[in-house]
Design a protein around this ligand. Sequence first.
Ligand SMILES: [Zn+2]
Ligand SMILES: [Zn+2]
Length: 267
Amino acid sequence: MLVDYHMHLENGPKTLDYVEQFLKVAKRRGISEIGFSEHCYRFKEARHLLDNAWARERNVDSLKEYLELLNRAKQKGWPIKIGIEVDYLPEAEGRIREFLKEYEFDYVFGSVHWLDDFGFDLKENLSVWEQSDVTQVWKDYFETLLKAAESGLFDSLPHPDLIKIYNFYPKEDLNSFIAEIFREIAKTGVALEASTAGWRKPIGEMYPSTDILELIKVHNIPITLASDAHFPEDVGKDFDRMIPILQKAGIEEFLRFNKHQRSKERF
Ligand SMILES: [Zn+2]
Ligand SMILES: [Zn+2]
């Protein structure tokens, strides 16, 4: 069986019909279970976790309603899991910890999308990239990813080399620096995500790179599977392309979650 644990309802109505559209596409693509992982910054209840102008504009949904909707879907016997994608900022760790105590999720993702106030994956920030020291940005990204792992707050870290999204690569060779980061991440026990979303972005490759997949294999880091679908038609997209790549890297298992309890599945 296969699962896709990363998708967003934000672009549609918050209805069971809309949830079912994601399930229908999953079924068509041979995915037996799906998990929703809405962006935490969408929720009014979480406004204080990412307090910048960009997030404030998008802070419009109710977490209570999201949980009620997905619990109703579960009660119908639909094979779904309830997750959330939290933006990790080191200085927000305490607030994130307090927030997560209040709610019950099957899993919590910790994503690095922001380095201080630089939302590096936003198109509107391409000009910031052009003025940046790319090597330093990459180092900051992977150091922040390690902090997210060490926080112990998260079940899995999505798209763990998102920093490559716009093809800005450091001139300096960071291979040994990156290898050391993943060696440290492995010690924390957190999972990392394999995602097809990169194929739909300027980088045009999956997350993470084959080099990082090798590190995942070497250190035996567990993985979760993701499309990061923001529309139903993207659920399970390119899994038939990703899974052979994972298998070629020697990765044979992925994780499922039930209220943070892990179980392993083989491809
Ligand atoms: Zn993300
Ligand atoms: Zn996402």
